[in-house]
Design a binder for this molecule. Sequence first.
Ligand code: G6P
Ligand code: MG
Length: 218
Amino acid sequence: MSIRAFIFDLDGVLTDTAEYHYQAWAALAKQLGIAFNRQDNEQLKGVDRMGSLQFILDKGGLQLSDNQKHAFANQKNHHYQQLIEHMSEADLFAGVHDLFAQLKQADIAIGLASASKNAAMVINRLGINQAFDYVADAAKIKQGKPHPEIFLTVAQTLGVKPAQCVGVEDSLAGLQSIIDAGMQSVGIGDAKVLQQAQWVYPHIKDLSLPRVLEQANK
Ligand code: G6P
Ligand code: MG
């Protein structure tokens, strides 16, 4: 079945915001006295804000009221927003413009499936907000990654069947969403971590569209 849409994750795929999410969570974990390292962070990538906080609290065996949880989630988000304040078009990963141009030329739709409520701001800063045929609104997604809802919503809005989509993710949770959505999967990052992806590339600039299309279309 021929590929009609590419649906991208944002943080860690199109720009380095995954690092800023990590830094902001690591600072909060430290403040709470909870051990949290990059390996723990792999489980958090792609997971929504409250889910991420809960993961850290569970790791530390800390029980908080809903009010306290919201206050800490807001604190993390303010810190994160400070970290991304300086972002500009220069922070777009190399290769993204080129890949988007190749997709447009091949008449393949471009969607965004980011769990981040900051996604609209980030794509504006990166100067790519006009490049997408559809951007999912994370606030309207009921079941976060690893549930397939966000990828299925984007495919449905684009009017494309899941099997005609390639999802691109750097996170384990996001990769699971793509697989459970019945889409073809590209992992961006470490092949040992993202073993379940059909194709894995260290960076988005390494993604070979002709190769993916040739193999996906079989
Ligand atoms: C993405 C990131 C996660 C982040 C989530 C929510 O999925 O990979 O690390 O927790 O978005 O982001 P937000 O900006 O809404 O807190
Ligand atoms: Mg990501």
